[in-house]
Write a protein that binds this ligand. Sequence first.
Ligand SMILES: Nc1ccc(C(=O)O[C@H]2C[C@H]3CC[C@@H]2C3)cc1
Length: 227
Amino acid sequence: ITKEQDALMKLIVEAYNKHQIPQDVTKKLLQEQYSTEENFLLLTEIATSQVQVLVEFTKNIPGFLSLDHEDQIALLKGSAVEAMFLRSAQVFSRKMPKGHTEVLEERIRKSGISEEFITPLFNFYKSVGELHMVQEEQALLTAITILTPDRPYVKDQQAVERLQEPMVELLKKLCVLQHPQEPQYFARLLGRLTELRTLNHYHAEMLTSWRVNDHKFTPLLCEIWDV
Ligand SMILES: Nc1ccc(C(=O)O[C@H]2C[C@H]3CC[C@@H]2C3)cc1
């Protein structure tokens, strides 16, 4: 790892850890009663908070704020679902106190999300958990997801590639250092990004079904997902 790569990694990890889901949101998970309505409201709070954390993290990715402003929006809107699921998968499988994980799982299962999305969602959570990513890998993988050049409406894809490439190279080196006994570990991480893309479709269905049943979203979620 070169000096520049080490500096880049420290910036990304610092940005990743700077913003977390507020305690009061995760505390509510245990307190509120278990109605479908209450669960939906909790998930709405979690998703809104996740998107806020995502925007703050993205602004701290070196070079992001120097991109064309419309492209910045296109990258955020194009990656919000994937970055949110990636972070919630990491929180779900690692950071949460034991009791919370089961409670959150229960609430997700009973919030009006259709079964056909529940299965792929928890399969994804499980496959992320099994990777036992260190925080550097989590932060870099999230930044790489956000800096995907071929999102809809991105005008200057080369500029995004120039930011994403060094992060992919750095992640590749990190994986070799962190998992020397597992040469295919880096490929497994990138495989998670492919699995993530499939969740976009399910997520759009989830939003539509909630909208149809007249569920209220927050202004931020309406804006980032055009609902
Ligand atoms: N009104 C909404 C409520 C929740 C979501 C959402 O994406 O929830 C995600 C956050 C984590 C819990 C369920 C999934 C993963 C979207 C709109």
